[in-house]
Design a protein around this ligand. Structure first.
Ligand SMILES: NC(=O)c1ccc[n+]([C@@H]2O[C@H](COP(=O)([O-])OP(=O)(O)OC[C@H]3O[C@@H](n4cnc5c(N)ncnc54)[C@H](O)[C@@H]3O)[C@@H](O)[C@H]2O)c1
Length: 347
């Protein structure tokens, strides 16, 4: 266990579990014959992850807008003795995602790991208002949100159904690994949609983890600092010159580690892949410090109250008292308490 100093002065420190590079593939043997659905694997992080997964014996199904680029990834996997297929797919189109999962079922009969990796970014558009010929402000496109958030939502919405479809038992490895970013934690000036989408991806992981845990499906987010891929705009690459970028194989290693580590404590976590160091696993308990702590305590109190209401409703149901009548009585009592005096009805 090692400790990383957080740069934000509002939080004193973050406890994280340090995973050296040679540990990242420790559990990769369990990927043999697992069926992986990955989006955006024609290039960059997705390509590296798909080829590594193929090398460990996973059966890879790629969905990407760039069909010819993805065919090259497929060729590389097959050249190394692996199994892979590609389907042209736009993650923003729900039917394309349905077709992608059906394609995987058709080719390999199951889906075990889902990696919604496809992503894009924008530079400096929000607030930069453009006008049409009548001087009226033009609407802004939300492509980054469409691909990075709606695309992930489309893929996630169907993931659980397909992951559980041909499952033998709860010990079967099933996982969803999402691509966050450092922009899940900080605001990138000039990248408002990208920042919002990556904050949202972290929220999605946190929202789905309790649901998936009950089903024995692992989930995690991977948060790389900048890596040298096509998604990073050229001006940003120039700005970053001299700063170490994250090696792409390390990001692929973090994805593979998060998908294959059978430890329950390794699910629901964020994996940071910073500029010059190893991968750090941020345990979910770290999301209960600082502002997170304040919100966590409030939400616990709320959930306790909701839990009480649920128990009350169940008890009423058991007594076979008509529920609508009880709800009307409770609401009337509340209204009476609040407004009764105003109308001279006070006791
Ligand atoms: N490179 C970085 O610095 C960095 C840092 C943090 C997070 N990430 C995340 O990693 C993921 C992969 O990015 P990358 O760096 O490899 O970028 P990349 O540009 O190399 O690859 C993106 C892939 O997504 C595909 N794609 C784009 N729009 C699509 C759509 N609508 N439907 C289907 N496929 C689509 C592209 O064809 C390509 O294969 C992204 O989610 C990105 O946000 C990247």
């Amino acid at each position: 266990m090692s400790t990383v100093q957080a740069q934000d002065t509002l939080t004193s420190e973050v406890t994280a579990i340090h995973i050296p590079d040679d540990e990242l593939f420790r559990y990769a043997g369990s990927l043999r014959d697992k069926v992986v659905v990955i989006t955006g694997a024609s290039a960059g992080i997705g390509k590296e992850t798909a080829t590594k997964l193929g090398a460990y014996g996973a059966k890879v199904v790629i969905g990407d807008l760039d069909f010819s680029g993805s065919e090259k990834t497929v060729e590389e996997i097959r050249k190394n003795g692996g199994k892979a297929f590609v389907l042209k797919c736009d993650v923003t189109v729900f039917d394309d995602i349905v077709a992608l999962y059906e394609f995987a079922m058709d080719k390999f009969g199951a889906v075990d790991i889902v990696i919604p990796n496809a992503g894009v970014t924008e530079i400096g558009r929000l607030g930069d208002v453009r006008f049409d010929e009548n001087g009226k402000p033009k609407a802004l496109g939300f492509k980054t949100i469409q691909v990075n958030l709606i695309g992930v939502l489309n893929t996630l919405h169907l993931a659980q159904y397909y992951l559980l479809k041909n499952r033998k038992d709860r010990t079967d490895l099933k996982a969803v690994i999402l691509l966050g970013s450092v922009a899940s934690w900080l605001g990138l000036p000039g990248g408002a949609q990208y920042t919002a989408s990556k904050h949202a991806v972290l929220g999605l992981m946190r929202s789905m983890h309790p649901v998936y845990e009950r089903m024995g499906i692992r989930i995690a987010t991977i948060h790389p600092f900048f890596a040298d891929t096509a998604i990073v705009p050229v001006p940003v690459k120039i700005f970053l010159s001299g700063i170490p970028l994250v090696p792409i194989p390390r990001i692929a290693g973090a994805i593979i580690y998060a998908a294959s580590n059978p430890d329950r404590a390794a699910s629901g976590c964020a994996y940071m892949v910073l500029d010059d160091g190893p991968v750090f696993r941020i345990p979910k308990e770290e999301f209960k410090l600082g502002v997170y702590k304040m919100i966590d305590e409030r939400s616990n109190a709320l959930f306790k109250a909701v839990g009480g209401m649920v128990r009350l409703v169940r008890a009423i149901r058991k007594m076979k008292v008509p529920l609508v009548g009880v709800v009307v009585a409770i609401v009337s009592w509340g209204l009476y308490g609040r407004f009764g005096k105003q109308f001279g009805l006070g006791l």
